[in-house]
Design a protein around this ligand. Structure first.
Ligand code: PHE
Ligand code: CO
Length: 295
């Protein structure tokens, strides 16, 4: 039975989240059921149909290079040699969301924690916490990109530092992760594309983020993002667009200590707002937005 072992709950700015065993676990590949492999296959095939022309080419190419297919749930032990040889990253199996500091330590050491269990068929379209499909299909391909790979490591180190500063600094960094790693868009010569893992692993949001008139699409601005609230219960109300991964890496290279100080004096920006100072690529109509407050 592939049910995760839930050990405790943690109160964060995102509400109460389950936190699992902190240890690394061996991917229990032999225990995956036929249904588990089918869920993977169904989600894989569906996303690979939606994503060409929507996800950035690096994402699709890297997924191919990793030889992920709809056939079966990939083995971490098959992916690791390819990842290792390309950017030095390594996948480690986990039960689910880790305590923040443990997660950051993994990133800082070029280890990406991947939840070993996959969602049940009745939750094929939506689950409220990351599973194997989100982590593996969504996050792992871009770890093959050298610049993105460096960004993720730098993020891990920066977050360990922020953890030792204060709650506010950590919240600023959590927002950055959310609007880049999870929900980022990228401007390419071929058009606007997705690179965020939270989007590429969701059929609905893969289409919505690019094609709906409702959400804002705003040019990347580090400090702006770091003070922007976000939603965990709906599709995003604003997406931020980078020009390339270099921009992301360069913008985050400076020491953030003075930035945290500066941001501490500013009030945070609701997810649906646009500002005078924004480079607005699309101003959202807000159609269908719920009226309740952001997280
Ligand atoms: N440069 C940041 C700091 O000094 C660290 C960081 C790197 C944060 C990449 C986010 C992303 O804190
Ligand atoms: Co994620």
């Amino acid at each position: 039975m592939n049910s995760p072992r839930r050990v405790q709950h943690q109160q964060t700015d995102r509400g109460t989240i389950p936190v699992y065993a902190t240890g690394v676990v061996e991917q229990p590949w032999d225990t995956y059921t036929k249904t588990d492999h089918q869920v993977w296959g169904q989600l894989f095939a569906r996303q690979r149909e939606v994503l060409p022309g929507r996800a950035c080419q690096e994402f699709l190419d890297s997924q191919n290079a990793l030889q992920m297919t709809a056939e079966a749930i990939p083995k971490f032990s098959d992916l690791n040699p390819i990842l290792k040889a390309t950017t030095g990253w390594e996948l480690v199996g986990v039960e689910g969301l880790l305590p923040e500091f443990t997660f950051f330590e993994h990133l800082a050491n070029r280890r990406f924690p991947v939840t070993w269990w996959i969602r049940a068929p009745e939750h094929i379209d939506y689950i409220s916490e990351p599973d194997l499909f989100h982590d593996l299909f969504g996050h792992v391909p871009l770890l093959m990109n050298p610049i993105f790979a460096d960004y993720m490591e730098a993020y891990g180190r920066g977050a360990m530092k922020a953890h030792g500063i204060n709650e506010q600094a950590l919240l600023n960094l959590t927002r950055l992760y959310w609007y880049t790693v999870e929900f980022g868009l990228i401007q390419t010569a071929a058009g606007l594309r997705i690179y965020g893992s939270g989007i590429v692993s969701s059929k609905g949001e893969s289409i919505y983020c690019l094609e709906s008139d409702a959400p804002n699409r705003i040019g990347f601005d580090l400090e702006r993002i770091m003070s922007t609230q976000y939603r965990i219960d709906t599709f995003q109300q604003s997406y931020f667009v980078i020009n390339d991964f270099e921009q992301l890496f360069e913008a985050t290279r400076p020491d953030f200590a003075p930035i945290y100080d500066r941001l501490a004096d500013r009030s945070s920006i609701p997810a649906r707002e646009t500002l005078e100072s924004d480079r607005v690529l699309h101003r959202g109509t807000r159609e269908g937005f719920s009226t309740d407050a952001d997280t």
